[in-house]
Design a binder for this molecule. Sequence first.
Ligand code: PMP
Length: 407
Amino acid sequence: NRFFDVNLVRKDFPIFQEKVNGKPLIWFDNAATTQKPQSVIDRVSYFYQHENSNIHRAAHELAARATDAYEAAREKCRSFLNARSVNEVIFVRGATEAINLVAKTWGDENLHAGDEIILSNLEHHANIVPWQQLAGKKGFKIRVIPVDDDGQILLSEYAKLLNHRTRLVSFTQVSNALGTVTPAMQIVQMAHSVGAKVLVDGAQSVSHLRTDVQALNADWFVFSGHKVFGPTGIGVLYGKEDLLNDTQTWQGGGNMIEDVTFEHTRFHKAPNRFEAGTGNIADAVGLGAAIDYVNKIGIDAIHQYEHNLLQYATGLLKNIPGLRQIGTAPDKASVLSFVFEGYKTEEVGAALNNEGIAVRSGHHCAQPILRRFGVETTVRPSLAFYNTTSEIDVLIETLYRLRKARK
Ligand code: PMP
């Protein structure tokens, strides 16, 4: 194709040499986690072979190398998000930890009985449970933006939920269960117009769409490294610098302090303020390499290629009798979700696995949105730029075979 050569790109990913049940691996579980290019694997390995040290503290050579590598990765994340400053990039374990951090610091300090926060019906459990836990403690109210029958957020209903009690709007940019791309910019603007803060969950968006946190203007933006071709156990909380520095600390310990006595501690500013203890240094460096890789291909080329792939798959799935696609918004990224007449979703998952195809069949940690469509689980193939139309053909053929076997 004219965007990039997918067959060349696939050579960068050693896992595509794997066979599953004697068949070439077809990785359609990208919404759960993505595969890693050799450059990321090599970068983490290089760190342990040549740079390994704790950061920031020691005067020796390896401490300097490790610190440089870690801070260079922070700069890569800054640039990837188009944040104003590296001080706005906090390394955390992933999207889940980032949301919990905001809930347990800013949320704990600013949300009280009588207040309201707004989530959308599309949210992953990671953007529901931390707020529910806090609401149980503090007594504020959670309101939910409904979606239409295609799985897109209803802005008119959202507008009705916003009022002077709204302190926070927290929502996903791309639904992990349906693939809906939400009108994030508009949601942020509307929240700000009533003085609410906004958190955008970018866990499913960063690997598919260009991110620009300054244009988006959200107060916080979160993502996980493992969903953007980087290692597990590392992710980013972006926050506006003044807001981060005005927010109470979370975990206490080394690295986040300026001065400690038994009576009193003075804390660093962001980002160190929120990075207590020894973090996941090697995997942060690996995330930096993943961002380099994405930049090399180009996120806009990725977006265009995946869009075509998604259109191709959607069109073919539509023709399969007894197959119901869930999530049919015009603006979608990467995710296909469906149920298949006569089969339990796990049976479809198992049949696909026999052909070497990895999909998730389950509730995708987003039970409320599946229940909105009257189902408990779906089959969810989710795509990335290394997937091909011929892989989709294998999926479609397998589904037709299942359909026949049913009769
Ligand atoms: N939000 C969304 C939209 C997600 O898809 C996920 C991961 N499935 C998360 C949050 C949580 O990410 P993690 O498990 O990497 O913390």
